[in-house]
Design a binder for this molecule. Structure first.
Ligand SMILES: NC(=O)c1ccc[n+]([C@@H]2O[C@H](COP(=O)([O-])OP(=O)(O)OC[C@H]3O[C@@H](n4cnc5c(N)ncnc54)[C@H](O)[C@@H]3O)[C@@H](O)[C@H]2O)c1
Ligand SMILES: [Zn+2]
Length: 347
């Protein structure tokens, strides 16, 4: 079992552990009894994950004398909104959930973000744990305590920083995940490699076919390395004021590309193109050599992630992005594999 601690210096009491192991779900009852997070648990999941894993997970908890209810919402980003939060709240109130109870998020980033958000506001806040089931949620959204929902005006416009009490990463869930979703998560893992960890990048380069076949040893290794990077960055900058910006490599362009596609392009696919465009800028600014930029593009291409777009966002398009600051715009640009800087461009 791999255990990673997220130490939050501002509030040490909020520090928590992330555990990674195939089959770790089986250990959750024991851990819940030890942690004593709640008298009962609301398992919040989407409709697809509910059928695949939710019902059996709820039964498993009950068989282990843990009181729980399961609440699901229709799968997909379209459910990450206030209506879902309201519906879930009503259902939890009907089942008499109060401040002494807790939430378990089961699913991808949508379930994690929405249920995490709900847990931060339900009766002024109750504890929660994450049980991520997509690769993206295992390496990214379940780590760091950012929660939220979308509004018609844009994604993630309402949200909170609310840290989970623990994150249980069980890579066995990936067996049913469509390959497009595996690639989606791999884009974020490659991002981590480029900005912080050459070894991670090279591990993916050398073991790509094993990774696409979900070979457990290698999968667990790259998940661990990515989670460690995200956890370290979050520890230093819990509320995204400085260091955490580095995780936005590929995202300045990526967010716009995602938006321009009407959100038809998966996030990881959009940031793959975003990374290629950021690299192009880094080469232009003589911060990165072309050979390294090509190496990154080659890896993305081998993963079958997109590396080009018909409509390259202009600086004007980027200005509408929330990462701009006054008359400047920030890009995260790599200078070599394993190292990136914040580059401020004047408009
Ligand atoms: N909080 C953060 O820091 C953070 C970071 C990155 C992304 N996000 C958010 O995460 C969301 C995207 O997350 P996502 O990509 O996991 O999407 P998702 O939660 O919609 O899951 C993708 C699809 O996979 C299905 N699925 C989930 N687990 C499965 C499994 N084991 N087997 C088969 N199917 C399964 C889901 O039902 C869904 O259809 C976005 O809303 C994004 O804003 C948040
Ligand atoms: Zn991302």
């Amino acid at each position: 079992m791999i255990e990673i601690k997220v130490n939050l210096k501002s509030e040490p009491k909020k520090s928590y552990k992330i555990v990674i192991e195939n089959g770790i779900t089986n250990r959750i009852p024991k851990d819940l009894k030890k942690m004593k997070l709640g008298n009962k648990y609301a398992i919040i999941t989407d409709s697809k994950v509910c059928k695949l894993y939710g019902f059996s997970f709820a039964r498993f908890l009950r068989n282990n004398n843990i009181e729980c209810e399961i609440f699901s919402f229709p799968e997909g980003e379209k459910s990450k909104n206030l209506k879902t939060i309201e519906t879930l709240t009503t259902k939890m109130i009907e089942k008499k959930f109060d401040r002494k109870d807790a939430i378990i998020t089961l699913g991808g980033g949508v379930a994690g973000d929405a249920a995490g958000f709900l847990s931060s506001i339900y009766m002024r806040g109750i504890p929660y744990i994450h049980l991520p089931t997509t690769l993206l949620s295992m390496v990214d959204s379940a780590i760091g305590g950012k929660t939220g929902v979308d509004l018609p005006d844009g994604k993630n416009l309402l949200g909170t920083f609310h840290q989970p009490k623990a994150v249980f990463i069980d890579p066995n869930y990936l067996k049913t995940l469509p390959k497009t979703q595996i690639r989606n998560g791999l884009a974020e893992i490659i991002k981590c490699g480029v900005i912080k960890d050459k070894n991670l990048f090279e591990t993916i380069e050398k073991n790509l076919s094993k990774i696409l076949f979900l070979e457990p040893k290698i999968m667990n290794k790259i998940i661990e390395q990515s989670v460690t990077i995200k956890a370290q960055v979050v520890e230093k900058d819990e509320k995204e004021n400085g260091e955490r910006m580095i995780l936005n490599y590929g995202h300045t362009y990526g967010h716009i590309i995602e938006k321009l596609s009407g959100y038809k392009l998966l996030h990881g696919y959009a940031i793959s193109i975003g990374m290629v465009l950021a690299n192009r800028l880094a080469v232009e600014k003589k911060l990165l050599n072309k050979k390294t930029a090509d190496r990154i593009r080659n890896l993305l291409s081998k993963v079958e992630l997109p590396i080009a777009t018909m409509k390259i966002p202009t600086l004007k398009d980027l200005v509408s992005d929330k990462k701009k600051h006054g008359d400047t715009i920030n890009f995260i640009l790599p200078t070599q594999i394993g190292k990136a800087i914040i580059f401020t461009e004047k408009l």
